[in-house]
Design a protein around this ligand. Structure first.
Ligand code: M6R
Length: 604
């Protein structure tokens, strides 16, 4: 939710800030703004509602002096996405950008209004600008003013602050929302996510919570928010390749990221398989002690669907029982898991507030927690006892694609790790997983775009699309439906195939389309019955499966390679992702930035 960038260095900053914002656009895109020092020594603020392109057009040819500058891209929480509510917000010489939610905003606003502060927006952020100004008037130092100004603030924030009276200084601080520092020679960056500055540096340091960073073209210093005590800065090189954060020859990030699925599997397997791929090593888990008595997955959206697949895999290969919980509902029930259970949070971004909140409760209740995430240094990595990184590389499209593939790889690895090494099932399954990247690559390379488009058009013409599946096809079905809703805005829903007759079948009539992944070979006869029931009521069915998976006299509408296990999940996912992608594109939608959504959901 919202993206922040701050720059301190000796180059013209407006262009850098705008370019960085374009790489954060996936976090929010309803308004944007920048603040920079002009040659008159004053801070200029430019803001625009709508997509970033409107701000870029308005700022064409504008330059700031080499110094510090900040920028913001917004996903509205308090106040409509208007120019007045866009960041940066200003109070006298203090200018700032914010990501997060100030929970005691009303009380603080009342207090400030009583003291004569005038508000010009409906945002909670403006409260912060006034609080910091009030403190600055007393302290005369920006870093101290930020510390003092935030003392009475409750809620979550990531802030980047400038002061017209303190050129050459940019102060950043975070609590509950992410900020990453970047260091290049003679330049410093602070941003909500690494891709913002990946073009200029790969040396990064996640800013620890409640630590104040002061960036200037001359250097960087860190101190604790509570007492101002110095904190050391330790930068590390991220393995991410800057090219991964570019679209290359693809039209959209989503398309590119679907085709990066094989690499996501390969990189997630890297270093985790023994000699001759004989066994799975997850050394990250060793510190947790013996295997868990139970696994409880918590996750949201697509990550939740990966967890559902994880349950099937772990229960099939190991004796460990598994539960899967929607993170946003987790906190409202007593936690009565087995002693020795691990609570495993899956989150691409590692910043999803609901997932982090669920893990926090689990930890408080004495359970061991594990974070499965694609972003090293994200909040989940600091708030869990063990971390398993998926290695899909930066995922920019809001719709999760390669990150899902990497999550499935990881939960599959976890199932193999917990399974009995000597069992032939484990050995065969490992062999299948190891061959998956090459098979998926070959499959993606052979896809005929016209075939996808033909089905995508059928989807667009349908009044309603129902995705059904049993066994592993059920998580695939609900993931397919989520992807479809998210970027095409068409009515779609996913159900377990067996549930159709308990209600949803009433929706079936001519004009209704049913999409059925058919990967789970054990359940084919039952899926076939569901398909027949739909056809008998005038619905049209599109099947996605290997030869022989559909009703006897039919070839699947989209043919998958032969599968002998869960590798079919990768093939079917790729097809479902491509179907949603092409349908959204053909409908003229903004594929990478669907309406009302944001990539990281850092609010509850
Ligand atoms: O970063 P996370 O994996 O925690 O995000 C969870 C969901 O918000 C996310 O998977 C969302 O459902 C995707 N946009 C779906 O494509």
């Amino acid at each position: 939710m919202c993206g922040i960038i701050g720059y301190a260095g000796s180059r013209e900053p407006v262009g850098i800030v705008l370019e960085a914002l374009s790489r954060l656009e996936y976090r929010g895109y309803d308004s944007s703004g920048v603040a920079y020092f002009g040659s008159d020594g004053k801070v200029s603020v430019a803001r625009a509602s709508g997509k970033l392109s409107r701000l870029s057009e308005a700022l064409q040819g504008t330059t700031g002096i080499p110094d510090v500058a900040i920028g913001h891209i917004r996903w509205a929480t308090h106040g409509a996405p208007t120019e007045e509510n866009a960041h940066p917000h200003r109070s006298g010489p203090i200018v700032l950008v914010h990501n997060g939610i100030i929970e005691n905003e009303r009380a603080l606003r009342r207090e400030l209004v009583g003291q004569g502060y005038v508000f010009s927006s409906e945002t909670d952020t403006e409260v912060l600008a006034h609080l910091i100004l009030r403190a600055y008037r007393e302290e005369g130092d920006l870093s101290q003013a930020v510390r003092k100004g935030l003392a009475s603030v409750e809620g979550s924030y990531a802030l980047a602050v400038l002061c017209e009276e303190a050129p050459g200084q940019l102060v950043a601080v975070r609590k509950g929302a992410p900020l990453i520092l970047g260091e290049a020679s003679g330049e410093y960056f602070v941003a909500s996510d690494v891709p913002a500055f990946l073009k200029w540096t790969r040396r990064v340091m996640p800013l620890p919570p409640e630590v104040v960073a002061t960036l200037s073209p001359e250097g960087l210093s860190l101190c604790r928010l509570s007492d101002g005590q110095p904190v050391p800065a330790v930068f590390e090189e991220v393995p991410w390749d800057p090219v991964q954060a570019e679209k290359g020859h693809y039209r959209h990030f989503m398309e590119k990221e679907i085709f990066e699925g094989p690499r996501a599997i390969m990189d997630t397997l890297e270093g985790r398989l023994g000699e001759e791929n004989s066994r799975v090593f997850l050394p990250e888990l060793v510190r947790l002690g013996p295997n868990p008595t139970e696994i409880v997955f918590v996750a949201c959206g697509t990550s939740y669907h990966a967890a559902l697949l994880g349950r099937l895999m772990i229960e099939a290969l190991s004796p460990v029982p598994v539960r899967v919980e929607i993170a946003s509902e987790f906190r409202y029930r007593p936690l009565r898991f087995r002693k020795g259970a691990w609570v495993v949070g899956i989150s691409q971004s590692g910043e999803t507030a609901d997932t982090l909140g669920a893990l926090e409760v689990a930890r408080r209740e004495g359970y061991l927690t594990v974070g499965v995430t694609n972003v090293g240094g994200s909040s989940i990595t600091r708030e869990t006892e063990a971390v398993l990184l998926t290695r899909a590389g930066p995922e920019i499209g809001v719709a999760s694609t390669k990150a899902f593939i990497a999550q499935v790889t990881l939960v599959w690895l976890l199932a193999l790790y917990l399974g009995r090494r000597e069992s032939s099932e484990v050995r065969d399954s490992l062999g299948l997983l190891v061959r998956s990247p090459a098979r998926l690559e070959g499959f993606l390379g052979a896809i005929v775009p016209a075939e996808i488009d033909r089905m995508s058009r059928q989807i667009l013409e349908a009044r309603f699309v129902i995705f059904i599946g049993r066994g592993v096809d059920y998580p695939l079905a609900i993931e397919g439906a989520l992807k479809m809703k998210e970027i095409t805005y068409r009515p779609a829903d996913g159900y377990p195939g067996g549930e159709l007759k308990h209600g949803p079948i009433a929706l079936v009539e001519p004009g209704v389309l049913v999409v059925a992944p058919l990967v789970d070979s054990r359940l084919r006869p039952k899926e076939t019955s569901n398909i027949r029931e739909i056809e008998a009521r005038g619905g049209t069915v599109l099947t996605i499966g290997p030869a022989g998976s559909g009703p006897e006299d039919l070839v699947p509408s989209f043919l998958l390679p032969e599968t002998s296990g869960w590798d079919g999940v990768f093939f079917a996912s790729a097809v479902l992702q491509l179907l949603a992608y092409r349908a959204a594109f053909l409908a003229g939608n903004d594929v990478d930035q669907p309406r009302n959504l944001a990539k990281s959901v850092t609010v509850e």
